[in-house]
Structure formats: C-alpha cells, structure tokens
Design a protein around this ligand. Sequence first.
Ligand code: NAP
Ligand code: MG
Length: 470
Amino acid sequence: MSTVVDHWIDGTTVLGRDHHDIRGTVDNSVHVRVAVGSAKEVALATEAASRAAADWRWLDGPTRGRILRAIADRIREQSEELAAIEIADTGKTPATAAAEIEISAQYFEFYGTLVNLPVGDVLDVARDQHVYTKREPFGVVGVITPWNLPLNQAARAIAPALATGNTLVCKPAEVTSQSTVRLAQIAEGCGLPSGVLNVVCGSGSVVGEAIVRDPRVRKVAFTGSVGVGRAIGQIAADRLIPLTLELGGKSACIVFDDADLDRAAEEAVRAFVGNAGQVCSSGTRLLVQDTIHDRFVERVSELVREKSPGRDYGPMITWPQFRTVQGYLTEAHQSGLTPSVGGRIENRDPSSGAYVPATVYPDVAPDNKLVREEIFGPVLVTTPFSGEDEALRLANDSDFGLVGAVFTQDISRAFRVAERIEAGQIGVNTWVTGAVETPFGGCKASGYGREKGIEALHHYSQMKSVIMRL
Ligand code: NAP
Ligand code: MG
C-alpha cells in the first residue's frame, strides 16, 4: 500500500487530479504517490498566501513566536512519524533522519524566540527630523527545496521567513514531498493561520518555475543545483525579485602535517560519508601535506573500510543520482584511476538498492573532473600539497565556495588559512557544524544570500526608513 500525498493550500488538502508513483531506492518499490501540481495549484497557493499576508505580518510578535515554538514542540512530539517518512522517502539511516528532524525543530525554536529581533535604529540626522529604520517582510516568499535533507531544508527557510512576517508557497522535490506537506499540517494544528504556509507538489519545471514567475511572489529561496539556480536567477533578474541561492559545493578539507591526525582522519571521513555524500556541504576534496599524504590517506581509507552502506549510510536517494555517481566511477575506472577503497559498482540489481560504497581516489590531478565537479555521492579525491600557499591555491582553485576546513596545531596558520579560503563557512580542526545559529551559504557558484542564524532574518526582510519632520 502506497501513501498518497496531496497539496496543502489555504489550510486544507487539495487533491491532485493525477499522481506520480515514486520508487524508493532501497528496494525499488512504489511507496508513495505524489500529486502532480500545475500552474493552477500554484495560483491558488499564491492567492491564499497573498490574502493571509497582512494578518500574519501584523499579528503581534509574541503570538507569532508562540506559534513557531509550538511547531518546534510538535515536530519533536511527532519525530518518530517524521523520521519514518524521511527514511521511507530517502533510505537514510535512522540516526541521520533523527538528527535532521531535531534540527528542523530547532529552526522553529530559534526563530520563534527571534520574531521581533530584526529591529531598526533611530538615526540622529537633524534637529527637526526624527528618522527611524525598521525591517519589513517581502510578502509572499517562494521556497524550493531538494531531496537530500527534505524536512530540514524546508524548515531552514520556512522558520525565518515566517518569523519575519512573510507568507509562503513551498515546493519540495517531488520525490520527497511528504515531510514538507506534513510540516504544513502540523503548523496549522499549532495555530498558524490558514494560507500562511502552502505546499504545492509536483515537478520543478512546472510547479517550481510557476512559483518563480508568479507576480505575487516577491522573493525566492532556492536550494538545489547550480543549473536550476542559474535558470531561476534569470527569471528573478527579469522580475527584479531577490533570491537566496544555496547551490552546490566541492569543499576542501586541508590537513597539515602537525595536525592531530587521528581526529583529522575521522573528520575527513565524516565530511564525505555522511548522508552518502548527498550534502551540499560535503568535504569531497582532501588536501594533505605531502610529508604525510600517503600515510594519512591510508588511515582515512582504513576508516572508510569500516563503514558499510545500509548500516552507516544510506543509498543514493534517487535512481538518476545513482546513475550519475556510477557514471563518474565508471569514467574514473576507464581513465585508469585506482581507488584505495570502494570504486565502480558492477551489475547492480535495482531491488538490492542504490548503494554506492564510500570511495577514495588518492592523488588525483587538480584538473581531473573528479576534483572539479560536484558528484553528490560518497566519493573523495585527495591531492598532496607542499606548503600553506599551495594548499590555499588548490583549495580556492574551484568554481564553488561553500565550506572548508583546516587541520593544524599552529594557531596562526589556522587563522590565516580560515580567513583565506573562499567559502562561507570554515571549520578549524573540525568539519563544519550543523548548528542553527551559524550563518550558512556560499560564494562563487555555491550561490549567494545566507540561511541560518540571525543573518537569515536579514535575507527574509527588507529595510524601510521613516523620516518625520518635527
Ligand atoms: P535540482 O534539480 O536543482 O532541484 C532542486 C529543486 O528545484 C527541486 O525541488 C526541483 O524539483 C526544483 N526544480 C527543478 N527544476 C526547476 C526549475 N526549472 N524551476 C524551479 N524549480 C526547479 O537539484 P537536485 O538535483 O534535486 O539536488 C541536488 C543538488 O542540490 C546538488 O547540486 C546539491 O549540491 C544541491 N544542494 C545544495 C544545498 C545547499 O544548501 N547549498 C543543499 C542541498 C542540495 P523536482 O526535483 O521535483 O523536479
Ligand atoms: Mg534535479
């Protein structure tokens, strides 16, 4: 029996006229049928969000905050149900799902305490003027999310957008629509007024694009691939609406020979194996000082051999993604690269799951495709470097700039390198953290704008100045 998922618009379920069968990648069975949305449902949702905008925006802060914090509580109370949904949709491990649900709750808790925070200033400009600034919501915000951390990434955008007084039309990735619809229902049960949070299911090319083009939508927060981010950017440029773009990454982990190598090895593995490498902030380039490169990579490979797919990490979440990763591994094999662990998958029967073994390719040339392109799977490439300058040159020689990390005991070098890596978030002697308080987002092809932390509140609101003649 497969679950049927329909749209959630204006506080009620809107049945899809048609549904797509979604096949899970653990056993290839159809476990869910998702409503196929169209421009019609998008219009219903943006109209509902427009109607709800004034009341939500002007509802007093303490009440809005209480509703957001109630959503956090309810997510925790229903964490088992939500984790079961995520596991069914993605095959991720119970521990990973549980952690993502807890962080989803934390977004609502954190922003629920900050509803009145993005306050303005009083400016002393002249004797006969009283000038103040304040932040205002955009109105209707479109939120488009991918399939790798479904509820988590929806919550990351929804919570700060609601806290700043916007109303929303969300489009989860079609294959992982369930948890976002469930979140909207939970929010309604916590007193969120009807129409404030709407979810339209369906494909990106139809529903996603209709959201970006809808004249009622005043800002879009997009998480996903560079290609789609660029396409949305072109529409947004035409419409003159702001965007937050959280795109891909090819993040570097730099290990110097004075580092605590046991810790560095564990973190380097965590950085690329977590969620089977289907994380935008995965650490998929390992740069190691040449004096310890071979020894360190062997240590990393040993730790990787202890991990097994299905137990420590899940499958590729979609079959297209499985084929993409398989394509990279096959090409690597054909070009003569030899992995120290993992590698090409042969003759996979779909019913045995879209698992890709965590794979390490040592000492890969910096111009190799495996070094340059985001694979979005558990594949690590290593490159030796001789000193700090070369490490930084290699780290920054990338189209992307999402996150990075440096491992060293030399405190001055740690700061120097952290300051010079071109990326939005840097770990020192750790891979990057998931804390909701920490601003997150990239530079270069990794996108622009920031999610998380107080910083996100500035990206879901705009500044107004009021000048009063006294
Ligand atoms: P994707 O194809 O860009 O899809 C992301 C979302 O956009 C999905 O909801 C998708 O809908 C929708 N979409 C597709 N085409 C669209 C269009 N023309 N207009 C509007 N929306 C459209 O990305 P993906 O392949 O699902 O996810 C993997 C990528 O996302 C990787 O590159 C990864 O790095 C990136 N990512 C980045 C972050 C971050 O925070 N920086 C987080 C996670 C993932 P459908 O799929 O339903 O068609
Ligand atoms: Mg896609």
